[in-house]
Structures are given as C-alpha cells and as structure tokens.
Design a protein around this ligand. Structure first.
Ligand code: E4P
Length: 227
C-alpha cells in the first residue's frame, strides 16, 4: 500500500519525503488555505519541488489537486482541469463525485487527463468512479468514523466490488481523511491501493507505547549488567 501525504505545505512534504518516503501528495482547498499561499502559487511551488527532486513524470509521483469547488457543470470542471493539468504532468485532478463530476471525469480520462473522484461516501458512488474510468477514487474514512461509523466493511466492499469488475488497480483506491494508525492498518487489511493522511498521523503510526516502555526496560538491564 502506498503512502500519500495529505498536505500543501512544502516543509511537511519535504520532511515526509526525506524521513519516511511518501509516494505522492493529495491536497484540497483546506490544505491550500493552510499553506498560506494563493492557489496557483501553492501548487506551482509543489510542481517546482517535484522538479528539484527529479520526480517529474506522469506515473512517478502523483499530486492530486482539487478544482475550484464553486464549479458545478462538466464544462466548467473540464476547463479548470485542463488548466491545472497543464502546470505539471504529475497533477491528477480532484473533482467531487457528483453527477457533473462523474461526467467531467469521463470526458477528461478520454482526453488523457487523470482524475481523482473525491468526497466519496458510499460504495455506490465508488462504482460510478470505476465506471467513469477515474485514475483515483477517494472514499473518505475519517469523516464517517468521526460520525460513529465503522468503515472496515465500507472499504472492504469497495475493494471487492472493484475486483469483481476488473477495476481494482486501474482505478486506484485512495483511503482519504485517515486520522489514526488503526485506520491505516484497516485500509491495508482491506486492500486499498493508497492511504493518504497528515504528517502527524504517519508520525504516530511509527510509535507504540510498549516500544518506548521496552526500550526503557532494556536500557535499565543494559546499565545494570555486570561490567
Ligand atoms: C483527501 O484526499 C482529502 O484531501 C482529505 O483527506 C480531506 O479530509 P481532511 O482534511 O478532513 O483530512
């Protein structure tokens, strides 16, 4: 399972890439807002960083960039997607999974512009992404689990449905809005292609209280061994 960083902040992107090696990036309007930069500057800076790291190329290091959420017709969405995708071959255009978004996705994929149908909250919506030939589909996990749902069945059902129709791997499943190490593990067990999460979640996922406790126990033993 690939790990994508959900962020538009260059310092976080650099840190994650250098310390544990991310495979791609996802952004959304909220991440652009927290970067403190205008939209085109934020995504342009990410494109420049990709160039400096030698990650430029269509399949190499995808960066999912979301269109203006005000756009609600396929025509407006496809026009915005063409403009954004011309900035970097790494950009995959994130479009909300609405009827207009599904149509836009279908048109863009036919043109060779890769799309990510986002804000997916049901297996039924994920089926539309598969039928439209999206490059990515982003079922949100955290938002549902924050509301009290257990998402294990939901992710497993999307994986199973995609396997049933040969879409598994072609439309890659990004488990999105992942908030905890347990959710990362659940996604891996279910077989999602990618998990995207914030830097803090990945940092937490490398730790366990018993590991720290075990180091302390072994340090004490080391220090008290007969010299
Ligand atoms: C995923 O691609 C989204 O950017 C993201 O996970 C949205 O949710 P969050 O910002 O609440 O984590």
């Amino acid at each position: 399972m690939k790990f994508y960083l959900d962020s538009a902040k260059l310092d976080e992107i650099r840190e994650a890439y250098e310390t544990f090696g991310i495979d791609g990036i996802t952004t959304n309007p909220r991440h652009i807002q927290s970067s403190g930069k205008p939209f085109l500057t934020a995504i342009g800076d990410i494109a420049d960083w990709i160039g400096k790291e030698g990650l430029e190329g269509k399949e190499v290091f995808p960066v999912s960039v979301e269109i203006n959420p005000h756009l609600d017709t396929p025509e407006e969405m496809t026009a915005a997607a063409r403009e954004i995708s011309s900035i970097s071959p790494n950009f995959v255009i994130k479009i909300p999974c609405t009827p207009a978004g599904v149509t836009a996705c279908r048109l863009l994929e036919k043109e060779g512009i890769r799309t990510n149908l986002t804000l997916v909250f049901s297996v039924s919506q994920a089926l539309w992404a598969g039928r439209a030939g999206a490059y990515f589909v982003s079922p949100f996990i955290g938002w549902k689990e924050d509301g009290g749902e257990d998402c294990r069945g939901y992710i497993r059902d999307i994986v199973t449905a995609y396997k049933n129709y040969g879409w598994y791997g072609r439309t890659q499943i990004i488990a999105a809005a992942v908030r905890s190490p347990k959710q990362i593990a659940d996604c891996a067990v279910a077989g999602t292609d990618i998990v995207t999460a914030g830097l803090a979640v990945f940092k937490e996922a490398r730790n366990h209280a018993y590991t720290a406790q075990g180091i302390q126990i072994f340090t004490d033993a080391w220090d008290n061994t007969v010299k």
